[in-house]
Design a protein around this ligand. Structure first.
Ligand code: PLP
Length: 361
């Protein structure tokens, strides 16, 4: 069978999953998960709903969209739920991008953007980061008549760095109405700056070319259950919905999401934990002579010097049971990313990293 060249060039997600680590993982600090676990209220809701598993879930996720709409100050038709926000990235690429369309994004941002744009045979215009943050002025400069979409990750995965409201406003003022601006806010609940941009207010005020993506996988601890959502103009969400599987959000994820939204105690504890872990890693990494990026998330990225060094360090850490990420494939060679774990996992990670760096010298 003839393969599409753009898809044949991608690596298979299936084989990636089957690559066994060299030794059992002792600390999994590679996927930006919540080390406190899932929201207890969500877990209780899932237990209550388990007897309904033989029924298809509500394909319109009415209850969750209503709860989100109330929380966000929008109407339910401005919310679309999906099987993880990654599904929304895929669907958005699918319904908007034709081969050859230009998509402006950062060089050093969420790897899914590279994969989905390549899947559609779109042209990636990757703009270098400045100190780990999107260079929004340069991204606006890069927009041409062929640009269909701009992808912004704020806070940015994998650096954890944020862009503020003033620069975002300056950027939005330069984007033509015909260009879709996707703002992925998967880590917004961790952001600490007071001038973090309010993109949902833009949508509330009638902006039709902004799509905000969020997830229950991070602060709410529901990564394995799969639940994300988009906020945008209702017509845009109707259009994106044409491509989605009818029954994508499962019945357990839906009730878990509704319950998690009410679990302010778990959210506050998760924020506190991330703040403490960040301070710990900033201090310890600096003591190792490294200069981490100014993260506002539940992970931290740090240059460790030299192209290919990230893969070496990741391998050496994996051989000692610590799973972290190397960012070469994300466009940031020589940089590693560590997700925050429990205090014990964090301490173990630092002591193993110290040993690995010493052996490298
Ligand atoms: C920036 C960003 N967007 C989206 C996602 C996907 O989240 P989900 O688990 O909801 O698909 C992730 C997951 O790591 C992420 O880091």
């Amino acid at each position: 069978m003839q393969k599409k060249p753009a898809i044949a060039a991608l690596s298979s997600m299936r084989s990636a999953r089957h690559n066994a680590p060299p030794v059992p993982v002792v600390a999994r600090l590679s996927a930006n998960e919540n080390p406190l676990g899932a929201s207890p209220k969500a877990m209780a809701a899932v237990q209550d709903a388990i007897t309904n598993m033989h029924r298809y879930a509500d394909p319109n996720t009415m209850q969750l969209r209503a709860a989100l709409a109330t929380q966000l100050g929008v109407t339910p038709d401005m919310v679309l739920c999906a099987n993880g926000s990654d599904e929304l990235i895929l669907l958005t690429a699918l319904v908007y991008l034709n081969p050859g369309d230009e998509v402006v994004m950062a060089n050093g941002t969420f790897i899914s953007y590279y994969i989905r744009t390549q899947l559609m045979d779109a042209v990636q215009k990757r703009i270098p980061l400045i100190n780990g943050a999107h260079d929004l002025d340069a991204m606006a400069d890069a927009i041409t008549a062929n640009t269909k979409m701009v992808l912004i990750c704020n806070p940015n995965n994998p650096t954890g760095v944020t862009n503020g409201a003033a620069e975002m406003q300056r950027f939005l003022a330069r984007v033509p109405d015909s260009v879709l601006v996707v703002v992925d806010e998967a880590y917004i609940e961790y952001a600490t700056r007071s001038d973090f941009p309010d993109m949902i207010a833009e949508i509330r005020n009638g902006r039709k070319n902004i799509l905000v993506l969020r997830t229950f996988a991070k602060i709410y601890g529901l990564a394995g259950l799969r639940l994300g959502y988009a906020v945008a103009d209702p017509d845009m969400l109707d259009y994106i919905s044409r491509a989605r599987p009818v029954f994508d959000v499962n019945c357990l994820a839906m009730v878990a999401g509704v319950a998690a939204l009410t679990d302010t105690e778990h959210v506050t504890a998760s924020q506190l934990h991330a703040n403490q872990s960040r301070a710990y890693f900033q201090h310890e990494l600096s003591a190792l002579g490294l200069t981490p990026f100014a993260s506002e998330t539940n992970f931290i990225a740090v240059p460790i010097g030299g192209e290919g060094s990230d893969a070496q360090i990741v391998r050496a850490m994996a051989e000692r049971g610590i799973a972290i990420n190397g960012l070469g494939a994300w466009g940031l060679p020589g940089i590693i990313r560590i997700s925050f774990g429990t205090p014990a996992e964090n301490a173990l990670c630092i002591s193993v990293l110290r040993e690995v760096l010493q052996q490298r010298q």
